[in-house]
Design a protein around this ligand. Structure first.
Ligand code: ATP
Ligand code: PRP
Length: 210
Protein backbone atom coordinates (compact mmCIF):
# COMPACT_ATOMS: atom_id res chain seq x y z
CA UNK A 1 0.00 0.00 0.00
CA UNK A 2 1.29 3.48 -0.93
CA UNK A 3 0.27 6.29 1.47
CA UNK A 4 0.12 9.76 -0.09
CA UNK A 5 -0.20 12.74 2.31
CA UNK A 6 -2.18 15.73 1.10
CA UNK A 7 -3.58 18.73 2.95
CA UNK A 8 -7.07 20.09 2.39
CA UNK A 9 -7.73 23.43 0.72
CA UNK A 10 -5.28 25.06 -1.65
CA UNK A 11 -2.84 22.14 -1.93
CA UNK A 12 -5.60 19.59 -2.49
CA UNK A 13 -7.44 21.76 -5.03
CA UNK A 14 -4.29 22.52 -7.04
CA UNK A 15 -2.78 19.03 -6.77
CA UNK A 16 -5.91 17.11 -7.79
CA UNK A 17 -5.70 17.97 -11.54
CA UNK A 18 -2.08 16.76 -11.58
CA UNK A 19 -2.96 13.49 -9.83
CA UNK A 20 -5.93 13.11 -12.20
CA UNK A 21 -3.58 13.46 -15.17
CA UNK A 22 -1.26 10.94 -13.49
CA UNK A 23 -4.18 8.50 -13.13
CA UNK A 24 -4.33 8.41 -9.29
CA UNK A 25 -7.24 10.08 -7.48
CA UNK A 26 -9.07 9.73 -4.16
CA UNK A 27 -12.58 8.31 -4.57
CA UNK A 28 -13.96 10.79 -2.00
CA UNK A 29 -13.35 14.54 -1.62
CA UNK A 30 -11.84 15.47 1.79
CA UNK A 31 -14.29 18.39 2.16
CA UNK A 32 -17.23 15.95 1.89
CA UNK A 33 -15.86 13.33 4.24
CA UNK A 34 -14.69 13.21 7.86
CA UNK A 35 -12.42 10.29 6.98
CA UNK A 36 -8.70 10.98 7.27
CA UNK A 37 -7.73 8.02 5.08
CA UNK A 38 -9.36 8.26 1.66
CA UNK A 39 -9.36 5.28 -0.69
CA UNK A 40 -8.06 5.81 -4.23
CA UNK A 41 -9.12 4.56 -7.65
CA UNK A 42 -6.11 2.22 -7.49
CA UNK A 43 -6.35 -0.63 -4.93
CA UNK A 44 -2.76 -0.25 -3.66
CA UNK A 45 -2.89 3.53 -3.01
CA UNK A 46 -4.59 5.64 -0.33
CA UNK A 47 -4.59 9.35 0.51
CA UNK A 48 -3.94 10.67 4.04
CA UNK A 49 -5.55 14.01 4.95
CA UNK A 50 -3.09 15.96 7.12
CA UNK A 51 -2.50 19.59 8.05
CA UNK A 52 -0.22 21.40 5.55
CA UNK A 53 2.51 21.99 8.12
CA UNK A 54 2.42 18.32 9.21
CA UNK A 55 3.07 16.81 5.75
CA UNK A 56 6.91 16.76 6.08
CA UNK A 57 6.67 15.14 9.52
CA UNK A 58 4.37 12.37 8.28
CA UNK A 59 6.65 11.66 5.33
CA UNK A 60 9.89 11.94 7.35
CA UNK A 61 8.72 9.35 9.89
CA UNK A 62 7.17 7.04 7.30
CA UNK A 63 3.50 7.58 8.25
CA UNK A 64 3.16 8.55 4.60
CA UNK A 65 5.50 7.37 1.84
CA UNK A 66 5.05 10.51 -0.26
CA UNK A 67 3.36 13.89 0.15
CA UNK A 68 2.71 17.27 -1.39
CA UNK A 69 3.95 20.29 0.54
CA UNK A 70 4.76 23.98 0.04
CA UNK A 71 8.46 24.83 -0.19
CA UNK A 72 7.89 27.32 2.67
CA UNK A 73 6.74 24.51 4.96
CA UNK A 74 9.59 22.30 3.74
CA UNK A 75 12.20 25.00 4.43
CA UNK A 76 10.76 25.56 7.89
CA UNK A 77 10.82 21.81 8.62
CA UNK A 78 14.40 21.43 7.36
CA UNK A 79 13.76 18.50 4.99
CA UNK A 80 15.51 15.82 7.07
CA UNK A 81 14.85 12.31 5.73
CA UNK A 82 13.04 13.66 2.66
CA UNK A 83 13.74 13.62 -1.06
CA UNK A 84 12.18 16.36 -3.19
CA UNK A 85 12.01 14.93 -6.72
CA UNK A 86 9.40 17.22 -8.34
CA UNK A 87 8.56 20.91 -8.32
CA UNK A 88 4.81 20.71 -9.04
CA UNK A 89 4.72 24.41 -9.91
CA UNK A 90 1.43 24.98 -8.05
CA UNK A 91 0.44 27.19 -5.07
CA UNK A 92 3.10 29.66 -6.18
CA UNK A 93 3.91 32.60 -3.93
CA UNK A 94 6.91 34.29 -2.29
CA UNK A 95 8.20 34.13 1.26
CA UNK A 96 8.76 37.76 2.22
CA UNK A 97 9.59 40.14 5.01
CA UNK A 98 6.81 42.73 5.22
CA UNK A 99 5.85 45.67 7.37
CA UNK A 100 4.92 49.36 7.28
CA UNK A 101 6.47 51.25 4.34
CA UNK A 102 8.39 53.56 6.68
CA UNK A 103 10.03 50.75 8.71
CA UNK A 104 13.70 51.52 9.33
CA UNK A 105 15.31 48.24 8.30
CA UNK A 106 18.78 49.57 9.14
CA UNK A 107 17.80 50.36 12.70
CA UNK A 108 20.43 49.29 15.21
CA UNK A 109 17.54 48.42 17.55
CA UNK A 110 16.57 44.77 17.79
CA UNK A 111 13.52 44.42 15.48
CA UNK A 112 10.63 42.18 16.51
CA UNK A 113 9.53 39.75 13.78
CA UNK A 114 6.22 37.89 14.03
CA UNK A 115 5.89 34.74 11.93
CA UNK A 116 4.91 31.09 11.74
CA UNK A 117 8.19 30.59 9.82
CA UNK A 118 10.49 31.10 12.81
CA UNK A 119 13.40 28.98 11.48
CA UNK A 120 13.32 30.65 8.05
CA UNK A 121 13.10 34.12 9.61
CA UNK A 122 15.95 33.42 12.05
CA UNK A 123 18.15 32.14 9.21
CA UNK A 124 17.29 35.11 6.94
CA UNK A 125 18.20 37.75 9.52
CA UNK A 126 21.22 35.82 10.86
CA UNK A 127 22.67 35.65 7.32
CA UNK A 128 22.68 39.46 7.35
CA UNK A 129 24.02 39.62 10.91
CA UNK A 130 20.85 41.44 11.99
CA UNK A 131 19.61 40.99 15.54
CA UNK A 132 15.89 40.18 15.73
CA UNK A 133 13.43 38.86 18.28
CA UNK A 134 11.20 36.17 16.76
CA UNK A 135 7.56 36.06 17.91
CA UNK A 136 5.93 32.77 16.94
CA UNK A 137 2.40 32.98 15.51
CA UNK A 138 0.22 30.38 13.77
CA UNK A 139 -1.79 32.62 11.40
CA UNK A 140 -3.10 36.14 10.62
CA UNK A 141 0.47 37.46 10.72
CA UNK A 142 -0.64 40.73 9.05
CA UNK A 143 -2.51 41.66 12.23
CA UNK A 144 0.61 41.70 14.40
CA UNK A 145 2.20 44.99 13.23
CA UNK A 146 -1.19 46.75 13.37
CA UNK A 147 -1.40 46.20 17.12
CA UNK A 148 2.35 46.83 17.66
CA UNK A 149 3.08 43.21 18.51
CA UNK A 150 6.02 43.43 16.10
CA UNK A 151 7.93 45.64 13.65
CA UNK A 152 8.04 43.13 10.80
CA UNK A 153 6.38 39.92 9.69
CA UNK A 154 7.63 37.00 7.61
CA UNK A 155 4.82 35.40 5.59
CA UNK A 156 3.93 34.17 2.12
CA UNK A 157 2.70 36.79 -0.34
CA UNK A 158 0.89 36.09 -3.59
CA UNK A 159 -1.16 39.01 -4.97
CA UNK A 160 -0.16 41.31 -2.11
CA UNK A 161 -3.86 42.00 -1.44
CA UNK A 162 -3.72 40.94 2.22
CA UNK A 163 -0.73 43.18 2.91
CA UNK A 164 -2.34 46.10 1.06
CA UNK A 165 -5.66 45.72 2.85
CA UNK A 166 -3.79 46.10 6.11
CA UNK A 167 -1.57 49.04 5.11
CA UNK A 168 1.59 46.89 4.84
CA UNK A 169 4.10 46.39 2.02
CA UNK A 170 6.57 43.67 1.05
CA UNK A 171 10.09 44.76 2.10
CA UNK A 172 12.50 41.87 1.45
CA UNK A 173 12.33 38.70 -0.65
CA UNK A 174 13.37 35.49 1.10
CA UNK A 175 12.42 32.74 -1.39
CA UNK A 176 10.20 31.82 -4.33
CA UNK A 177 7.71 29.19 -3.19
CA UNK A 178 5.83 26.41 -4.98
CA UNK A 179 4.60 22.99 -3.89
CA UNK A 180 6.86 19.95 -4.07
CA UNK A 181 6.40 16.20 -4.13
CA UNK A 182 8.37 14.83 -1.18
CA UNK A 183 9.33 11.20 -0.71
CA UNK A 184 10.55 9.31 2.35
CA UNK A 185 14.18 8.27 1.65
CA UNK A 186 13.64 4.68 2.76
CA UNK A 187 10.31 4.35 0.91
CA UNK A 188 12.06 5.39 -2.29
CA UNK A 189 13.90 2.02 -2.01
CA UNK A 190 11.18 -0.19 -0.50
CA UNK A 191 8.44 1.12 -2.85
CA UNK A 192 10.71 2.00 -5.77
CA UNK A 193 8.43 0.60 -8.47
CA UNK A 194 5.25 2.36 -7.30
CA UNK A 195 6.95 5.65 -6.40
CA UNK A 196 9.06 5.65 -9.58
CA UNK A 197 5.90 5.25 -11.68
CA UNK A 198 4.13 8.04 -9.73
CA UNK A 199 7.11 10.39 -10.23
CA UNK A 200 7.18 9.66 -13.98
CA UNK A 201 3.43 10.25 -14.33
CA UNK A 202 3.45 13.42 -12.24
CA UNK A 203 6.47 14.77 -14.14
CA UNK A 204 4.56 14.26 -17.39
CA UNK A 205 1.45 15.93 -15.89
CA UNK A 206 3.48 18.95 -14.72
CA UNK A 207 5.07 19.31 -18.18
CA UNK A 208 1.64 19.13 -19.85
CA UNK A 209 0.16 21.73 -17.45
CA UNK A 210 3.12 24.12 -17.92
P1 ATP B 1 -1.64 25.05 8.20
O1 ATP B 1 -3.06 24.56 8.24
O2 ATP B 1 -0.66 23.96 8.44
O3 ATP B 1 -1.39 26.30 9.00
P2 ATP B 1 -1.96 26.71 5.84
O4 ATP B 1 -3.27 27.20 6.36
O5 ATP B 1 -0.85 27.71 5.62
O6 ATP B 1 -1.38 25.49 6.67
P3 ATP B 1 -2.72 26.65 3.10
O7 ATP B 1 -3.22 28.06 3.31
O8 ATP B 1 -3.61 25.65 2.46
O9 ATP B 1 -2.23 26.01 4.43
O10 ATP B 1 -1.39 26.81 2.26
C1 ATP B 1 -0.71 25.69 1.78
C2 ATP B 1 0.51 26.15 1.00
O11 ATP B 1 0.08 26.95 -0.12
C3 ATP B 1 1.49 27.03 1.77
O12 ATP B 1 2.43 26.22 2.48
C4 ATP B 1 2.16 27.82 0.66
O13 ATP B 1 3.18 27.06 0.05
C5 ATP B 1 1.01 28.00 -0.35
N1 ATP B 1 0.28 29.27 -0.18
C6 ATP B 1 -0.14 29.83 0.97
N2 ATP B 1 -0.81 30.99 0.75
C7 ATP B 1 -0.80 31.15 -0.59
C8 ATP B 1 -1.34 32.17 -1.45
N3 ATP B 1 -2.01 33.20 -0.96
N4 ATP B 1 -1.20 32.00 -2.77
C9 ATP B 1 -0.55 30.92 -3.27
N5 ATP B 1 0.00 29.94 -2.51
C10 ATP B 1 -0.13 30.06 -1.19
C1 PRP C 1 -2.06 33.34 2.94
C2 PRP C 1 -0.93 34.12 3.64
C3 PRP C 1 -1.33 35.56 3.43
C4 PRP C 1 -2.10 35.50 2.12
C5 PRP C 1 -1.26 36.08 1.03
O1 PRP C 1 -3.15 33.27 3.79
O2 PRP C 1 -0.81 33.76 5.00
O3 PRP C 1 -2.15 36.02 4.47
O4 PRP C 1 -2.35 34.13 1.81
O5 PRP C 1 -1.95 36.06 -0.21
P1 PRP C 1 -2.17 37.41 -1.03
O6 PRP C 1 -0.81 38.06 -1.17
O7 PRP C 1 -2.74 36.97 -2.35
O8 PRP C 1 -3.13 38.28 -0.26
P2 PRP C 1 -4.40 32.32 3.42
O9 PRP C 1 -5.29 32.99 2.45
O10 PRP C 1 -3.92 30.97 3.01
O11 PRP C 1 -5.09 32.20 4.80
P3 PRP C 1 -4.51 31.47 6.12
O12 PRP C 1 -4.22 32.62 7.05
O13 PRP C 1 -5.62 30.57 6.52
O14 PRP C 1 -3.26 30.69 5.74
Amino acid sequence: MLNIALSKGRIFDETLPLFEAAGVVPTEHPDKSRKLILPANLPDVQFLVVRASDVPTYVQHGGAHVGVVGKDVLMEHGGEGLLEPIDLNIACCKLMVAGYPDTNLDSTQRLRVATKYSNCARAHFAAQARQVEIIKLYGSMELAPLVKLCDLIVDVVDTGATLKANGLVPLEHIADISSRLVVNRVAMKTHSHQIGALIDQLNAAVKMSG
